[in-house]
Ligand binder design. Structure first.
Ligand code: HEM
Length: 490
């Protein structure tokens, strides 16, 4: 090939790449994107929140990033997030169908499912099934209180040693969703289950890493021996575990008798079904994805919230003192606190809200997508664009909070000590795609937390250091692993 031909070809290729990454007309502005990689190298993926905030100082609350060939719009602040999540929620209620979400959650089920009949029907079915399990003798509250007994027993057995609460809390929290979805709990010394939970954690962390973004942006990366391969291996093991549970249910079920969520879904499959795009709305693939979505989403963020709660108790002993006083006042000599008791416990509730605010457990929410061409803040965003909802931006907004940058339950209390409802606070997001497990998570956090503090004070074991409050970034932010000293109270 002659030099002039090579030059022409290179220019054409550069032109094509430039066209691929250049922003469409009226698209939100953003930092200059390089050919092929876009802005990937301008973001520190081990904790992108700082970069995301810095860019918004230059480009405003609605701006764009180029993640490889994929354009994404970042939305920050209560005015624009409310518009996107609630006011025009349906226009932003899709999920981008990229390689990573397909790998982690397929294209069906609850979390990654595109906006449409399939997702709506599954969300409705899941919410009503969870509600049904919340009623009656074996209610949610009873399940959580029974699991608290196991948790306290474990802590009592280990009170003379320093306890790393990570695994046992993870296991206890996961047992609640497992009991609803699979109809069983796992003992805290079950090493197979422990391994599965560890793989889920690893993936939640790796799914937001640079390697995962690279895998997402470029198809050929799939075949390279890079760290994203670990995500694929982990998914295989976790899916294998869930498939065995599903097979066992299909083998052992009695039609007409629903032991758990899986049985309720199998009952649904027995019924005459409606069809969408030539496919049945309820099918085995959707069942598998719903089970996997509930298992993963129902464990990670709730257990991280509890681990943060215990860490803040140790970091701020005066706050612990106030929570203990309030718990003792309401508890009296009763066996345990009920969920209803929270109404009389504004300080403890303010503390638990402050944990959600300050740690912003799911800081960037879950990616949304536009369902049609939309206008936002004077910009045009085409159908199918990825939307990053920066929920953490709400939680540190200096115009809304009394103490935006310090951990202080007073952020949620009036002068008279009453619990305040704060507008700039959306840890579970809002609108049609908001967290499906919000009520369950709130109940678990309150009941597990108060059960632990009814029985123990928690102390930082090393007088020469203080707790490290730096989060480990991931889809959900967990604290670094730590150990605590337990002092029995009763
Ligand atoms: C403290 C605990 C939790 C936090 C902070 C949290 C937060 C979130 C957030 C921010 C989203 C994204 C919403 C959006 O896209 O706008 C979400 C989605 C979701 N969460 Fe949670 N979550 C928690 C616990 C749970 C639990 C216990 C379950 C299980 C029942 C659950 C199930 C889900 C599901 C299924 C979705 C996807 C909803 C959809 O796309 O329609 N979450 N969660």
């Amino acid at each position: 090939m002659e030099f002039s031909q090579v030059l022409l070809l290179s220019l054409a290729l550069l032109g094509f790449l430039w066209w691929k990454i250049s922003r469409p007309k009226s698209f939100p502005p953003g930092p200059l994107a390089l050919p092929i990689i876009g802005n990937l190298l301008q973001i520190n993926f081990s904790n992108p929140l700082k970069d995301i905030k810095e860019f918004s100082k230059v480009y405003g609350p609605v701006y764009s990033l180029q993640l490889g060939f994929v354009p994404a719009v970042v939305v920050r602040g209560i005015k624009d997030l409310k518009e996107v999540l609630v006011t025009r929620g349906n226009e932003f209620a899709d999920r981008p169908q990229n390689r990573l979400t397909k790998l982690l959650s397929g294209t069906r089920g609850l979390i990654a499912s595109p906006y449409g009949r399939g997702w709506k029907e599954h969300r409705r079915f899941t919410l009503s099934t969870l509600r049904n399990f919340g009623l009656g003798k074996n209610s949610m509250e009873e399940r959580i209180s029974e699991e608290s007994v196991h948790l306290i027993q474990y802590m009592k057995q280990n009170k003379d040693n320093l306890v790393d609460p990570h695994f046992v809390i993870d296991n206890a929290v996961s047992n609640i969703i497992c009991s609803i979805v699979f109809g069983r709990r796992y003992d805290y010394d079950d090493s197979t289950f422990r391994d599965i939970l560890n793989l889920v954690h690893e993936n939640m962390k790796m799914a937001s890493s640079f390697w995962a973004q690279l895998y997402n942006a470029f198809g050929f990366v799939h075949y390279l021996p890079l760290p994203h391969r670990r995500i694929i291996r982990n998914v295989d093991v976790v899916f294998g575990f869930l498939e065995r549970i599903l097979e066992e249910h299909k083998r052992t079920r009695t039609p007409g008798v629903s032991r758990d969520y899986i049985d309720c879904y199998l009952e649904e499959l027995d019924k005459e079904q409606e069809v969408e795009n030539g496919k049945k709305v309820f099918d085995h693939e959707n069942l598998f994805t719903c089970v996997s979505d509930l298992f993963v989403a129902g464990t990670e963020s709730t257990s991280s919230s509890l681990e943060w709660g215990l860490l803040y108790m140790m970091a701020f002993p005066d706050i612990q003192e106030k929570c203990l006083k309030e718990i003792d006042k309401i508890h009296g000599d009763r066996g345990r606190l009920n969920y209803e008791d929270r109404v009389y416990m504004p300080y403890t509730q303010a503390f638990l809200h402050e944990v959600q605010r300050y740690s912003s457990i799911v800081p960037l929410g879950v990616l949304h997508g536009t369902t049609k061409d939309v206008q936002l803040n004077g910009f045009t965003i085409p159908k199918g664009t990825t939307i990053i909802t920066d929920l953490s931006s709400l939680h540190f907004d200096e115009t809304y909070w009394k103490y935006p940058n310090e951990f202080n339950p007073e952020n949620f209390l009036s002068e008279d000590g009453e619990l305040l409802k704060q507008e700039s606070f959306l840890p579970f997001s809002a609108g049609p795609r908001s967290c499906l497990g919000e009520n369950l998570a709130r109940m678990e956090i309150f009941l597990f937390f108060t059960a632990l503090l009814t029985h123990f004070e928690v102390h930082w074991p090393d007088p020469k250091s203080t707790p490290d409050l730096t989060p480990v970034f991931g889809i959900s932010q967990a604290p670094k692993r730590y150990k605590m000293r337990l002092v029995p109270r009763r």
